[in-house]
Design a protein around this ligand. Structure first.
Ligand code: R5P
Length: 310
C-alpha cells in the first residue's frame, strides 16, 4: 500500500500514515510561474494499491486540480488501484439544480475524479448521501458520528441532552446521532414567508432546560449555526454546543463564532484547521485520522468498512 498526500491537508495525511505505520510516498507538488501545477511521484508505484489524501477544501479549485493531476500521474505510473481519499468533498452543496440554467457541479466533480483515473473514492459525511451515486466507481462515505458520539459521551451527562438539527434538511443526520446517544431530537425550522421579510426561526420540540447539541455536515459562514444557537437559547435551552464534521469556516466565520453564544463548536480535521481556528477559544478539533486510517486498512485488505459503524 502507498499513501500520497497533496497539499490540502498534509497534517491529516501524516496522522493517517502514522496510524497505518506506512510512510508517506515521496511526491513533489510544484508550481510553474503561471501557477500551473506540476507533480512528480518520486518512488515506484507500479502495481501498488495507492491512496491519495486530498480534501478539496479552500482553495477548492486548486486542491481539486491537484487531486486530478495526482491521480493522472499515478495512473500513468501503473499504480494497480487508485483511491481518492477526499474527507471533505468540495462542491457537494451543488448537488441539484436549484433553478433553471444552473449546473450540478457535484456531479461534474465526480466525473472529473473518475475520468482522471480513480478506481474508488473514500469520503466522509457527504452533504447528501445520494452524491455517492454520482460516481460510477465504488464510493465509501464514512460517518464522523462515532468520533463525535465518543466525545459527547465523555462531556455530557445523559438525560439532559437534546440533539438539534439546525435546518429541516439535516434531520436525517441529526436523528442518527440522537439515536446513537439515546437523546431526543428537535429541529430549527427557518421560514421566510415573503421575499424581503426577515427569516423566522421556529423550534420544533421543547428545548427548555436542555443542553442542546447542534449537528450539521458543514459550517461555512457560521450564520446557520449562530442563528440557530440564538433561537435555542431564546427558547430556554440551558446551553448550545455544535458538532459539525467539516469546518469550512470561510471569511469572518471564526470571529462570528467566537463572538456568538455557542458554548463550543467541535469540528473534525477533515479540513486542515487554520491558525485562527486553533486559536479560537470556543472551537475544538477532533481527529478523524484513525477512522480514515482504519477504513483505508480495511479497503486494502478487502474487509468490511460498514462494520466500523455498528
Ligand atoms: C447546508 O445545507 C449545510 O448543511 C450547512 O447548514 C451550511 O452549509 C452551513 O453554512 P453557513 O455556515 O454558511 O450558514
Amino acid at each position: 500500500m502507498k499513501i500520497i498526500a497533496g497539499n490540502s491537508n498534509r497534517a491529516l495525511a501524516e496522522e493517517i500514515s502514522k496510524y497505518l505505520d506506512v510512510p508517506l510516498a515521496k511526491c513533489q507538488v510544484r508550481r510553474f510561474a503561471d501557477q500551473e501545477i506540476y507533480i512528480e511521484i518520486q518512488e515506484n508505484v507500479r502495481g501498488e494499491d495507492v491512496f491519495v489524501v486530498q480534501p478539496t477544501s479552500y482553495p477548492a479549485n486548486d486542491h481539486l486540480m491537484e487531486l486530478l493531476i495526482l491521480i493522472d500521474a499515478l495512473r500513468r505510473s501503473s499504480a494497480r488501484r487508485i483511491t481518492a481519499v477526499v474527507p471533505y468533498f468540495g462542491y457537494a452543496r451543488q448537488d441539484r439544480k436549484p433553478g433553471p440554467r444552473t449546473p450540478i457541479s457535484a456531479k461534474l466533480v465526480a466525473n472529473l475524479i473518475t475520468n482522471a483515473g480513480a478506481d474508488r473514492v473514500l469520503t466522509m459525511d457527504l452533504h447528501a448521501g445520494q452524491i455517492q451515486g454520482f460516481f460510477d466507481i465504488p464510493t465509501d462515505n464514512l460517518y464522523g458520528a462515532p468520533v463525535m458520539t465518543r466525545d459527547i459521551k465523555e462531556r455530557f451527562s445523559s438525560g439532559n441532552v437534546m440533539v438539534v438539527s439546525p435546518d429541516v434538511g439535516g434531520v436525517v443526520r441529526a436523528r442518527a446521532l440522537a439515536k446513537r446517544i439515546e437523546a431526543p431530537l428537535a429541529i430549527v425550522d427557518k421560514r421566510r414567508d415573503k421575499p424581503g421579510e426577515s427569516e423566522v426561526m421556529n423550534i420544533i420540540g421543547d428545548v427548555n432546560g436542555f443542553d442542546c447539541i447542534l449537528v450539521d455536515d458543514i459550517v461555512d459562514s457560521g450564520g446557520t449555526l449562530c442563528n440557530a444557537a440564538e433561537a435555542l437559547l431564546k427558547s430556554g435551552a440551558k446551553s448550545v454546543t455544535a458538532y459539525i464534521t467539516h469546518g469550512v469556516l470561510s471569511g469572518g466565520a471564526v470571529a462570528r463564532i467566537s463572538a456568538s453564544k455557542l458554548k463550543e463548536l467541535v469540528i473534525t480535521d477533515s479540513i486542515e484547521p487554520t491558525a485562527a481556528i486553533n486559536a479560537a477559544p470556543n472551537i475544538r478539533t477532533l481527529s478523524v485520522a484513525p477512522l480514515l486510517g482504519e477504513a483505508i486498512n480495511r479497503i486494502a485488505q478487502e474487509r468490511s468498512v460498514s462494520s466500523l459503524f455498528f
